[in-house]
Design a protein around this ligand. Sequence first.
Ligand code: FAD
Length: 312
Amino acid sequence: MIASLPPVRGKLMQDASLAPYTWFRVGGPADWLFLPADEEDLSSFLKSLDPAIPVTVLGVGSNVIVRDGGIEGVVIRLMGKYWGAIESEGDLTVSARPGALDLAVAKTAARAGIKGLEFLSGIPGSLGGATRTNAGCYGRELRDVLVSLEGYRRDGTHVSYRGPGREGTAPEAGFSYRHTDLPDDLIVTKLILQGTGTDAPDKILEEIEALQTRRAETQPIKEKTSGSTFANPDPPGTPDQRSAWKLIDAAGCRGLKVGGAQVSPKHCNFLINTGDATAADLEALGELVRARVLDTQGVQLRWEVRRIGRTA
Ligand SMILES: Cc1cc2nc3c(=O)[nH]c(=O)nc-3n(C[C@H](O)[C@H](O)[C@H](O)COP(=O)(O)OP(=O)(O)OC[C@H]3O[C@@H](n4cnc5c(N)ncnc54)[C@H](O)[C@@H]3O)c2cc1C
């Protein structure tokens, strides 16, 4: 198979373990793991790759369960200096590559005196992952700050989108609560985000610090977890919004275990790997929680965490 993969300037590894690249620390290997050197390396690889070979892109793995049988085809990670670049520009904007961590984007904006991107500091993923999941917290989501994005389709075609409600000739990207209508095969390679105003950098950095302290008090952020497992049944802003954690608690699932997987006693919409969980344990526990919530609360929870790959 190696003969059929196009030559690259970045790194291409066979049977590469993925567990270390996910927050849950579970899952099997990628048939191939590709770390492109830059945009040109990525696009020429995609253009030459046999269309029958599946491609999956991963960020920092804070919103995925990679199943125990690993991932078929090529997994692409856009990490390293080139892919993590962030620059503050004029007009309250920040341009960034998808491997930039959300926290680093929030801090870069803060240091430039741009406010309105602080919420990103509460999301422990990369900007690429935040785009795909329309990540958000504290009442703001990626769609609120997105001016434009660029990327490549599976066949190597370059595409551009403008953010919701922004001006421009590119098609508008559709976003909703923890969801985007962007094509499934899109690999995001560049984004422009915009803040809402200016303030003293120290003041914005203090706000970021305060958000992080609040998170550490309420969420098991030091555990092997993937954040909120299920989307809230109602999107933010809905009157009397039902939250997933309250339903899970009411269904008696706080602390529930399957193998090495547990519903976090601290925040019951978080699953945790207590040490020796498999991806199958985590998925089975999630399904058990969904069944109990449906039985006792009459609500069908929707997985927010993405489950990808083959079962063992
Ligand atoms: C402790 C904790 C707290 C969390 N709190 C929040 C929160 O408050 N709000 C929230 O929204 N989320 C939260 N999350 C979930 C997670 O951090 C976000 O969904 C984050 O945006 C995922 O980014 P990632 O880089 O980890 O993506 P991954 O988990 O690696 O991937 C997620 C999805 O994004 C896709 N993807 C990644 N990079 C790209 C790219 N370049 N182009 C196209 N698609 C791509 C992947 O294919 C996958 O479908 C939390 C997670 C943890 C562990």
